[in-house]
Design a protein around this ligand. Structure first.
Ligand code: HEM
Length: 487
């Protein structure tokens, strides 16, 4: 019901040409509506042909929002490395603080965003909080996940994505707050599912028209989301209150301690870390890392499991490489990565083929811009069409095929980076969890494939490589048998 309502509104809306030096191709909202509806199937067929017609830069005008869609990797890189293109759409309705302003990293812009981003990047890079490293936190989850899969015996597992989500939420929660749950802990389940539900379900609507929630709070699903945000914020607030009581200056146990220390040190009234505002930014940043970090990594891993069971010869090559490095006598560690070109190629191809963030996260232009002869007014929203770039036949040979070897040298011994592969986006706002995400993908995938043969369950649903319609692309239901190969 909700979607067909959206489609009707979009189809009735008018396209409009704006004054420009070069003349814009404006795309009808009928097409855009189709794009919203079929995000998940954009990979193949007609829609991409349509895009070829519109060219690398086209414009959508709808209601109060101007949007430019960029489908060329060079253009995305040029634009996103320019600070003038580093703004964000106004998402204050989704902010955990709900005081009519935005906080944290993902939705802010300007000096506070820069300050928080710099601090968080440094913490993630230098990470070695408390008793262990980030790798230790991830490996605890890898082992518990493997134990859970082993307990299933040879029964089909139909909730692969959920298992990865719980494991990733837990690893991130431990890094941020030092608290670790069991993967079947009720509190963890609640935290993982409630907060995401509404936002992910409403996917395309919110992505394209965040302002619609003010006009149709119930229809757009906003009322439900708001309740979830309030509940989730209480959850985020708890460890902050506890950490304030127990923290010691000499030793940062986790990200929350490090952030609170920064708040204590800050005297500049304009800083993002000052006093109460600092605390609100801490709560929002904890939320940002949760939302940006767990669903993305979990979805990518579930795609990889699906590819591995659909292409047993790829699984076999992957397992052979793991064995050649570990003798299957120990778990893999991040330091093995450099010696595992096939694994790197498999991860790269998984990121390309799944393109879980097909349009990255929209940017906003902070002041009027002239780009390649086009006039782009302040507040225009820029969408990087990563999905198109990752399947562009001008860049990739046989893009529709899942083929890790495209990222290897001809002798198969060296991993070759490709500058058109930008699943973490690029430039000033490039994903700040990229290296954590890459470590997680590597550790989960290699240790699971070392332990199990992964077999597609022919009695379960088979939706090919179609994805659910959601903010993050995630595979449609499938089930898999994990056969212990080391028992
Ligand atoms: C496979 C996993 C992941 C993918 C594909 C991914 C992808 C992305 C993309 C496309 C963006 C938008 C960049 C832009 O606006 O141009 C982004 C932003 C972001 N990501 Fe990730 N991400 C992943 C995992 C993570 C993890 C593990 C974390 C942290 C724990 C994280 C934290 C963030 C944050 C905080 C931002 C906002 C950056 C900003 O606005 O300055 N991501 N990510």
């Amino acid at each position: 019901m909700r979607r067909s309502g959206l489609l009707r509104i979009l189809e009735e809306a008018q396209t409009e040409k704006c004054s420009s030096r070069a003349s814009w191709t404006t795309v009808s909202w009928k097409y855009a509506a189709n794009e919203v509806r079929t995000l998940g199937t954009l990979r193949s067929g007609k829609l991409r042909c349509d895009l070829e017609e519109y060219g690398p830069l086209y414009k959508l005008n709808f209601g109060p929002m101007n949007m430019v869609v960029v489908s060329d990797r060079k253009m995305v890189k040029e634009m996103f490395s320019n600070p003038a293109f580093s703004g964000r759409m106004d998402f204050k309705e989704y902010d955990p603080i709900l005081d009519g302003k935005v906080h944290g990293i993902v939705n802010t812009e300007g000096e506070h965003w820069e300050e928080l981003r710099r601090f968080t990047l440094r913490q993630l890079r230098d990470f070695g909080f408390g008793k262990g490293t980030m790798e230790d936190s991830i490996m605890l989850e890898v082992h518990e996940l493997i134990d859970g899969l082993q307990e299933c015996g040879e029964k089909p597992v139909d909730n692969v994505k959920r298992r990865f989500l719980l494991a990733n939420v837990n690893a991130l929660w431990a890094i941020r707050t030092g608290i670790r749950h069991k993967q079947n802990d009720k509190e963890l389940l609640n935290m993982s599912e409630k907060a995401f539900g509404g936002i992910l379900e409403s996917g395309g609507v919110i992505l394209f028209m965040p302002w619609i929630v003010n006009i149709f709070p119930k229809w757009s699903g906003y009322d439900k989301i708001k309740r979830a945000i309030l509940e989730f914020t209480d959850y985020l607030r708890k460890p902050v209150i506890d950490h304030k009581k127990t923290r010691q200056d000499i030793f940062d146990r986790d990200f929350t301690d490090a952030f609170l220390k920064e708040i204590d040190k800050t005297t500049d009234p304009n800083s993002a870390f000052i006093g109460k505002l600092g605390e609100e930014n801490l709560i929002a940043t904890l939320g940002d890392l949760h939302f940006a970090g767990s669903e993305t990594t979990a979805s990518t891993l579930s795609w990889m499991i699906l590819y591995l069971c659909k292409f047993p010869e790829i699984l076999k090559t992957f397992q052979d490489e793991i064995e050649s490095i570990t003798g299957n006598a120990r778990s893999t560690t991040v330091s093995d990565r450099a010696k595992m070109p096939y694994t790197e190629a498999l991860i790269a191809e998984t990121l390309r083929y799944s393109s879980i963030a097909p349009q990255a996260v929209e940017h906003k232009v902070l002041k009027d811009q002239e780009y390649n002869g086009y006039f782009i007014p302040k507040d225009t929203v820029i969408t990087a069409n990563l999905n198109y770039i990752h399947f562009d036949p001008k860049i990739w040979t046989d893009p529709e095929n899942f083929r890790p070897n495209r990222f290897l040298s001809p002798d198969g011994k060296t991993f070759k980076k490709h500058d058109a592969l930008i699943p973490f986006s690029t430039g000033k706002r490039q994903c700040l969890g990229e290296s954590l995400a890459r470590d997680s993908l590597f550790l989960f995938a290699t240790n699971i494939a070392q332990r199990f043969d992964i077999v597609f369950d022919k009695n379960g649903p088979d939706n090919g490589f179609e994805s659910e319609l959601a903010f993050i692309l995630t595979p449609k239901p499938f089930s898999v048998i994990f056969k212990d190969r080391l028992a």
